[in-house]
Design a protein. Structure first.
Length: 198
């Protein structure tokens, strides 16, 4: 196996294990969930891949390895950070506003995990464009500020398929061969320079 094939195999293998982890909650098999969860993490360690923090800490139960699916195999509850077993203990410093946490209880293994409540909302960045327009009097310029919302490039399925086709190996090779043919045609002209170079 060359390097590209090994990389594709590794990616396909990890993607398959990750997808199976998401299918297993429908089977309600605790043993299989734990087995595939451990297998997935061993593969990640073997290939030395760093996963995002959300995948490592918050998506799977650390005890049984199943994917948290709210109201299917887990229960979500908003609690204060110091609240445990129904008893609320307030910190002296934060008596007015206790820290909120999200408690996720796994229904398969009956374990619960606390996550920090993140209430920050991301504000969209608005660009300002200054346009100068002629006033009705005619000579002086008045600046108008126009707010532009950031636009994400929307690509249609047709554009994506064209890009995939143009980036495929066979198309790249055919383009390369076509360029070589054109170069040969240019070089094969009956000029004195081409004759002298050969």
């Amino acid at each position: 196996m060359n390097k590209d094939q090994a990389e594709k195999y590794r990616e396909r293998n990890l993607r398959h294990k990750y997808n199976i982890l998401h299918v297993l909650p429908t089977l309600k098999s605790k043993a299989l969930s734990g087995l595939y969860y451990k297998n997935f993490h061993n593969s990640v360690k073997r290939y030395q891949i760093t996963l995002p923090e959300q995948l490592m800490n918050g998506k799977f139960c650390s005890h049984c390895g199943c994917v948290y699916v709210p109201n299917f195999n887990s229960m979500l509850q908003v609690t204060t950070g110091t609240e445990q077993n129904g008893v609320v203990e307030l910190n002296v410093e934060r008596a007015q506003a206790p820290e909120k946490c999200i408690s996720v209880s796994c229904l398969n293994c009956k374990s619960s995990t606390l996550f920090d409540w993140k209430s920050e909302l991301v504000e969209p960045v608005v660009e300002r464009d200054v346009k100068f327009a002629a006033d009705s009097a005619g000579n002086r310029n008045v600046s108008h500020i126009v707010d532009k919302a950031p636009r994400a490039k929307i690509s249609s399925g047709k554009d994506r398929s064209k890009k995939r086709k143009s980036n495929s190996l066979t198309n790249l090779l055919s383009k390369r061969n076509q360029e070589k043919r054109l170069e040969k045609k240019r070089n094969s002209s009956l000029s004195l320079d081409s004759f002298m170079k050969s």
